[in-house]
Design a protein around this ligand. Structure first.
Ligand code: G6P
Length: 611
């Protein structure tokens, strides 16, 4: 992953780069660095192990001043988090500085070649081989564009690069292949960044580079070349986004703010997507309804939390729309041969729209004979939305907390709309559609009700703080809810948590049950409740402690070793969305009690743009 930012201007670019890094921290935060060139042609760099905050402190003590610069926030792939491994990397003679997002797959081979010709390595990164390569190329042609072009020709893997050369102040070279990179267009200045959000304080005008593009950037001049070094035109996009989204609005953490924003996020998603009790199918893109009329089956592909949303949607799709629906993890799908039944719609789900595996899965799908491709995504100008035929935006607003919350619930609402839009062509009646739309419209108020349980859940969370493991149970469409609950807990509290289909308990996990293994179950009052209750008895009989979220009508009573929070959820098709909320709050409060870094948990990143 990693976030990169760069600038060429007629003013000191350090503050712009540092602000950009803060905004890119969701992409990684184990080390950070900044390099600038000033008019005296001196290249200066500062780097730190740790977060961007530490870099800001260092910069306050030793400010850098230059009109051309690059900066980086890292999520370690090759080489541990350390100052030496932090970017920008600088080559021999302090000639060239470079930031990189992605992975150079043939770095070992390049390292060997460069080592044999006398290069000493200062880091364990794959990136250092690129800056060395550029240095070598500059010896034959002292032009940064050509040196970068000659070097990237030798690279295998994915990269977004920003490169500066101390002999050429006022020039920045950017290259993109498989990792996101956007150019921001200012007045008499240009910027580059891993996403538009990083640059919103300085511009609203952007050019999205395409795969293989290399850009030659100076204050008043931008030339973009394609992979054959032919000049190409890329359109200018003017976005209407406000830069001010990163504040916590009085909440202690972004994650809590985002949990409490869910009623609004769902309401905003539904705005203009339903009318007179019906779903507006054209919201999925031009010609969507005609495509939906031909759909015989669906293939959903996603990663992480988005994958869990797909799992729930697959239940809905088969039960409500009666359309066969398969769901697969993107990193698995992309590397296997699969059969595509006729008239299958490919659906990718992604909060960021930049997840490398999901993007690769989409590329694979485009060659595989699907009827069409649809992206359910939260970021309008993302790689995924730009590469898909149909797009449905979840409009959840930027999600800052690494653990996904509002993005997940809005994905579920979007997927429910998709189920209706497709189901209409497969026997779903107007009456049913009206009923579902009513249920959807009731969601914001119902989520608000659930948020009132915050204090009870906080009390329950105290029971977990000293635990090392936890088991989550669910059945049917609530199994993915349990999976998401387990993922949330492990992501932010570092408690090992696993989710199981409750019926599978006796096939292994029951062996783990003792009074040190809390078992969390979601117990909606549905057709599987009695089955689930039997599974819970199996836990209780073995001394396990149960923590239940149940409907009042589920008649699950508290007892010794059984903690119940009645969440009063009418058990309709929306219930999986609702049962997610207390599990988010549980994970949040456990992590707060444990003193964990809620918004930036260790080792993780918000957007995973490497394999
Ligand atoms: C990372 C994030 C998760 C997210 C997953 C997929 O692991 O930390 O919150 O669910 O990537 O991301 P996407 O942007 O494709 O939904």
């Amino acid at each position: 992953m990693c976030g990169i930012v760069g600038a060429v201007a007629q003013r000191n670019v350090s503050p712009i780069l540092l602000e950009g890094l803060k905004r890119l921290e969701y992409r990684g935060y184990d080390s950070a660095g900044l390099a600038v060139i000033d008019q005296a042609k001196s290249l200066q760099r500062i780097r730190v192990q740790g977060k961007v905050g530490a870099l800001l402190k260092k910069h306050q003590a030793t400010p850098l001043n230059g009109n051309t610069g690059i900066a980086h926030t890292r999520w370690a792939t090759h080489g541990k988090p350390s100052t030496n491994n932090a970017h920008p990397h600088i080559c021999r003679d302090d000639q060239v500085a470079l930031v990189h997002n992605g992975i150079i797959e043939n770095h070992e081979q390049l390292r060997e070649q460069q080592g044999a010709s006398g290069f000493k390595f200062n880091s364990e990164t794959d990136t250092e081989t690129v800056v060395n390569g550029i240095y070598v190329a500059l010896q034959t042609n002292p032009d940064l564009l050509h040196a970068t072009f000659a070097t990237i020709k030798q690279l295998q893997g994915a990269y977004a690069l920003g490169v500066i050369n101390k002999s050429e102040p006022g020039r920045l070279i950017a290259a993109k292949n498989g990792s996101p990179l956007v150019i921001g267009v200012g007045i008499g200045e240009y910027f580059i960044a891993s996403d538009v959000f990083a640059l919103l304080p300085v511009t609203q005008q952007f050019i999205f580079l395409e795969e293989g593009d290399i850009a030659d950037i100076r204050c008043t001049d931008l030339t973009i070349y394609n992979a054959e070094l032919k000049i190409v035109e890329r359109p200018l996009n003017v976005l209407e986004l406000t830069p001010d989204v990163a504040d916590k609005a009085g909440y202690k953490h972004h994650m809590l703010k985002e949990i409490f924003f869910q009623p609004n996020a769902i309401a905003e998603l539904l705005e203009n997507r339903i009318s007179d009790g019906q779903v507006i199918s054209s919201e999925f893109g031009h010609g969507a309804d005609a495509i939906f009329a031909q759909v015989h089956s669906l293939k959903i592909v996603a990663c992480g939390t988005s994958y869990h949303a797909g799992l729930i949607a697959a239940h809905w799709m088969e039960e409500i729309a009666q359309i066969s629906c398969q769901i697969e993890i993107a990193s698995e799908y992309r590397y296997r041969k699969s059969v595509v039944p006729d008239n299958t719609l490919f659906v990718s789900i992604s909060q960021s729209g930049e997840t490398a595996d999901t993007l690769a899965a989409l590329q694979q799908a485009k060659k595989s004979g699907f009827l069409s491709t649809l992206a359910i995504c939260n970021v309008a100008e993302s790689s995924l939305t730009r590469a898909s035929d149909l797009v449905f935006l979840t409009h959840a607003g930027p999600e800052i907390g690494v653990a996904s919350t509002k993005a997940f619930t809005t994905q579920l609402v979007a997927l429910f709309l998709l189920v209706i839009a497709i189901g209409k062509h497969n026997g779903l009646s107007n009456k049913q559609e009206n009923m579902f739309v009513k249920q959807l419209e009731s969601l914001p108020a119902r989520v608000n009700q659930l948020l009132l349980h915050k204090d009870d859940i906080e009390t329950m969370a105290k029971e977990f703080a000293d635990k090392h493991h936890a088991l989550f149970l669910g059945r049917g469409s609530f199994l993915p809810v349990a999976m998401e609950g387990a993922l949330k807990l492990k992501e932010i509290s570092y408690i090992h948590a696993e989710a199981y289909a409750a019926g599978e308990l006796k096939h292994g996990p029951l062996a783990l049950i003792d009074d040190d293994m809390p078992v969390i179950a979601v117990a909606p009052n549905n057709n599987l409740l009695e089955k689930l209750k039997s599974n819970l008895q199996e836990v209780k009989a073995r001394g396990g402690k149960l923590y239940l979220f149940a409907d009042e009508t589920s008649a699950v009573e508290p007892a010794e070793g059984v903690y119940v929070i009645n969440i009063n959820v009418v058990c309709d098709f929306m219930a999986p969305i609702l049962y997610t909320i207390p599990l988010q709050l549980l994970a949040y409060h456990v992590a707060v009690i444990k003193g964990a870094d809620i918004d930036q948990p260790r080792n993780l990143a918000k957007s995973v743009t490497v394999e």
